[in-house]
Write a protein that binds this ligand. Structure first.
Ligand SMILES: NC(=O)C1=CN([C@@H]2O[C@H](COP(=O)(O)OP(=O)(O)OC[C@H]3O[C@@H](n4cnc5c(N)ncnc54)[C@H](O)[C@@H]3O)[C@@H](O)[C@H]2O)[C@@H](O)CC1
Ligand SMILES: [K+]
Length: 484
């Protein structure tokens, strides 16, 4: 599990650390980390460092100071370093002096570099790149290393509202900030330089799950388990128009649990044909006992859908509501009345579904996706999994995790149905609903990575990669769930 802290939290922690650290020591440590990564990138790109060319884009604050100190270190290693000062009067004084002393050169233009270091703006960034910086960045044709964060991207929301740096690698300091998990497309690979900040940091604002967290959370059957004790997942999905949604979500649940899966709905024959191990019936009432329900994928938004949702809620078990289920709740809020207040609900909207259900409640999906997901989770007393390139999962109590996509191959028809089935299986296994949604999101991304191999991948192949993704997560957990 990796922690993520807001810029306000990081700033306060840095102030406490700075108070007991010699002047300039933290900046030099940060800059040394930048120089080390820059040298490694140069070696990868060109086979060496001596005589290679690096251009620094230097803004007005300490972020530019980091770049200048890093430039000084590189210049001492015989790299030809040029600095373009975007605010020459406000450039970091000590950093600039060290840079010049080491043999760095100040110039008005980019030159012809092998690598560019973005030290335009860091933690204090507000809004997109200003025109002069934007014009320079637009002309960069070589890899970019961003200092702390890619300039022009909002540090706390990852939002981009105009010109911004798209980095290949971002070297950040002390703690990950929200931008690093919310906008991996602009950050590229994120490296963290340890500044010794940990003792000063409060509890993280967000977390992001790693493979071993997911492996640890996955329920492994013991010798006394049978098909019922591991949790039975119920799937109420599909219609004559969308039988495929039923097959995809049910199959994902089958592959994600060694317990049992029941299906209730129109597509029972389709489901049985593809997944003979599923106990399939026509209605929720006939389905038998389950420990969690999935409701919504391909369900339709008419009276049948409303009846199914009501029947599922009346069962009083943890429930994941997706797709048409969300649209139904948005159109007919009275459907919530059937919910047992003690039974957790997980909602899995994409941006459009989020707007549908949240806007009537006065919650809009703006640049701050974390704030929006948290507000809706609290308001509806439900876990909200907001889909997107970075998936945000907020619990009603405020716990929030972000799962960053590593590519966009998951954005394919039916992919959401697979995710829903995974969530259902994890809910049925008794996992905390927030963690269940987070682990499912992680596994979904991993399955797509394994299935895609840098090519388009249909949802049915993402589904087939589920066992391999579970194995990848579980392999990191020695002898089962023993993590302290
Ligand atoms: N505080 C510390 O202990 C440390 C800070 N470090 C560095 O210091 C950075 C923060 O430095 P600062 O607080 O001086 O601020 P920045 O360097 O982030 O920003 C400097 C100034 O740029 C201007 N600015 C804001 N948005 C802009 C935009 N879109 N385009 C152009 N200019 C813009 C503002 O006037 C702002 O005050 C961190 O990101 C990190 O790189 C590191 O040296 C590690 C230690
Ligand atoms: K930067």
């Amino acid at each position: 599990m990796l922690g993520v802290w807001t810029t306000e939290q990081v700033r306060a922690a840095e102030d406490r650390l700075l108070a007991r650290t010699p002047d300039g020591a933290l900046m030099r440590k940060a800059a040394f980390g930048v120089a080390t990564v820059a040298a490694a990138m140069l070696r990868d790109l060109t086979g060496g460092t001596a005589g290679r060319r690096v251009t620094l884009l230097v803004g007005a604050g300490n972020n530019g100071g980091d770049a200048l100190w890093a430039g000084a270190t590189l210049a001492r290693r015989a790299v030809a370093v040029t600095a373009v000062l975007l605010s020459p009067d406000r450039a970091h004084v000590e950093g600039l002096a060290a840079f010049r002393k080491a043999g760095g050169r100040v110039a008005a233009d980019l030159g012809d570099p092998d690598l560019v270091i973005d030290g335009i703006v860091g933690l204090s960034a507000r809004g997109p790149l200003r025109p002069a910086a934007a014009a320079l960045v637009e002309r960069v044709e070589v890899p970019i290393l961003a200092v702390d964060l890619p300039s022009g991207v909002d540090p706390d929301t990852g939002a981009v509202d105009g010109p911004a740096v798209r980095a290949d690698v971002t070297v950040t300091f002390g703690a990950r900030k929200p931008v690093h998990v919310l906008n991996t497309a602009h950050c590229g690979e994120v490296r963290l330089v340890d500044l010794g900040l940990a003792p000063e940091l409060p509890d993280p604002d967000l977390i992001t799950l790693e493979a071993d967290d997911v492996g640890f959370a996955w329920r492994v059957p013991g010798p006394s388990d049978d098909k019922y004790t591991q949790g039975v997942t119920g799937i109420a999905a599909g219609s004559s128009t969308y039988p495929g949604a039923a097959v995809l979500s049910t199959g994902a649940a089958v592959l994600a649990t060694s317990g049992m899966v029941r299906y209730a709905g129109w597509a029972a024959d389709h489901v049985r044909d593809r997944w003979p191990e599923v106990v399939a019936t026509g209605t929720v009432e006939d389905a038998g006992r389950v420990q969690a329900w999935v409701v919504g994928p391909g369900l339709g938004t008419g009276q049948t859908g409303r009846d199914v949702l009501t029947a599922v809620f009346s069962d009083g078990v943890p429930t994941c509501v997706d797709a048409d289920g969300i649209t139904l709740l948005a159109a007919t809020p009275a459907l919530w009345d059937a919910r047992d207040p003690d039974a957790p609900v997980v909602l899995t909207p994409h941006a459009g579904e989020f707007a549908r259900i949240a806007e009537p409640l006065g919650i809009t999906l703006g640049a701050d996706r974390v704030a929006a997901a948290r507000a809706l989770a609290k308001r509806l007393d439900a876990v909200v999994l907001l889909k997107g390139n970075a998936t945000v999962v907020a619990a009603p109590d405020g716990r929030t995790l972000v799962n960053a996509a590593t590519s966009s191959w998951l954005a394919t028809a039916g992919s959401g149905d697979v995710l829903t089935g995974l969530i259902g299986a994890l809910l049925a296994s008794g996992l905390d609903p927030w963690l269940a949604a987070g682990c499912a999101a992680w596994l979904h991304v991993r399955s797509a990575e394994l299935a895609a191999h840098d090519a388009p991948v249909p949802a049915s192949l993402i589904q087939q990669a589920i066992p391999a993704a579970i194995r990848a997560a579980r392999n990191l957990v020695a002898d089962g769930p023993v993590k302290p």
